[in-house]
Design a protein around this ligand. Structure first.
Ligand code: HEM
Ligand SMILES: *[C@@H]1O[C@H](CO)[C@@H](O)[C@H](O)[C@H]1NC(C)=O
Ligand SMILES: *[C@@H]1O[C@H](CO)[C@@H](O)[C@H](O)[C@H]1NC(C)=O
Length: 323
């Protein structure tokens, strides 16, 4: 009797500790799931290369707020302002229509089986692979949350933050500084709105009109791409490429940091401690090491506070919680 209780307890505890997501989760319930999602990502990518960085970032933003539960995908319904419309998201999000297309096909193929949170996790992996990154098997079985609040996007780190601040934002989600540095390499693809870094170009501080940690030539180039309008502001719709090869998933991001040619304070700040600097230097000159660490950190990030089992729901429309 006592033994049975102990055994049950051990079993219970080991289930608590082990990751509850499984590679090939849809083998039985929807064997075509992964290939349908990959097909939708590829189709959309060949029309608009920007969907790959868009989907990777969307997965990150989903995971940082209430875990990877698809809460980012929910539309605002007044009076609720959803995550989508929170400050770090809004007009900077892109690629989410690909999730809708995949969901439509999956509902026809295997109704009610595949969560929106998993679609986004698979699509993020496919986006890395399609831009030249390493492949990995995505553990799945996430369920969709029913709550999405713009105010909670405060958990997403901001581009003007320093090393301690972004490290703390990741620590809050049980991700280490090393993992944060590996994940930041995602900024090797995509674009940024000028307004996400224009504080570094104009009126930076009383002593410096522009950020002294920014390469002068690079700053001049960014100012040309992000000029002040007659009202003295930067147009909110202007965008720049993250770097010289914004469609290619490679470690040049870390060399750009060493050359002071990265757009965000949160990127440049990775050289401000001896430990973080040495990791940036490692990744700058060792592509394989970074690609491997990136994948390991993604697998961990994509399991933040996931809903599993009977928690949450499988949304039938990724934008709307089930009635
Ligand atoms: C370390 C803290 C981070 C900060 C402060 C940060 C901030 C930002 C900002 C401000 C943008 C530009 C958005 C815009 O203006 O359009 C951006 C873009 C992007 N971020 Fe991050 N980010 C961080 C980490 C990450 C991580 C961990 C990932 C994914 C693993 C990621 C993936 C991306 C991608 C792919 C883009 C390009 C989006 C596009 O082209 O549409 N970021 N990030
Ligand atoms: C699904 O199938 C793959 C390939 O046969 C296998 O590696 C994986 O473990 C299976 N997953 C589950 C949950 O059955
Ligand atoms: C981080 O780990 C602690 C201790 O294991 C756990 O209680 C907490 O829920 C975790 N937080 C997240 C966001 O995963």
């Amino acid at each position: 009797m006592a033994l049975a209780i102990i055994l049950a307890l051990v079993l219970y505890l080991s289930c608590q500790i082990e990751a509850q997501l499984l590679v090939g989760f849809y083998n039985g319930s929807c064997p075509m799931a992964e290939s349908i999602i990959r097909e939708e990502v590829r189709k959309a990518f060949f029309k608009d290369k920007g969907i790959a960085p868009g989907l990777l970032r969307a997965h990150f933003h989903d995971c940082m707020v209430r875990g990877c539960d698809g809460s980012l995908l929910i539309d605002s319904v007044p009076p609720n302002k959803a995550e989508k419309d929170g400050a770090p998201n809004g007009i900077t999000l892109r690629g989410l229509e690909v999730v809708d297309c995949a969901k439509d096909r999956l509902e026809k193929e295997c109704k009610g089986a595949v969560s929106c949170a998993d679609i986004l996790a698979y699509a993020a992996r496919d986006s890395v692979v399609i831009t030249g990154g390493r492949y990995w098997d995505v553990p799945a079985g996430r369920r969709d949350g029913r709550i999405s609040r713009a105010a909670e996007t405060i958990d997403i780190p901001a581009p003007f933050q320093n090393l301690d601040e972004i490290t703390a934002a990741f620590a809050k989600k049980n991700l280490s500084q090393d993992e944060m540095i590996a994940l930041s390499g995602a900024h090797t693809i995509g674009r940024s709105h000028c307004t996400s870094f224009s504080n570094r170009l104009y009126n930076f501080s009383p002593a410096n009109s522009q950020d002294p940690s920014l390469d002068r030539l690079f700053a001049a180039q960014l100012k040309q791409q992000c000029p002040l309008n007659p009202r003295g502001n930067v147009d909110p719709y202007l965008v720049v490429s993250m770097n010289m090869s914004p469609g290619h998933f490679e470690n040049s991001y870390y060399r750009d940091i060493l050359a002071h040619r990265v757009v965000f304070t949160s990127d440049q700040t990775l050289v401000t401690s001896p430990e973080s600097l040495s990791e940036v230097e490692d990744y700058a000159f060792n592509e394989q090491e970074w690609q491997n660490d990136f994948v390991d950190a993604m697998i961990k990030m994509s399991q933040i506070e996931v809903l599993t089992g009977t928690a949450g729901e499988i949304r039938s429309n990724c934008r709307v919680i089930n009635p």
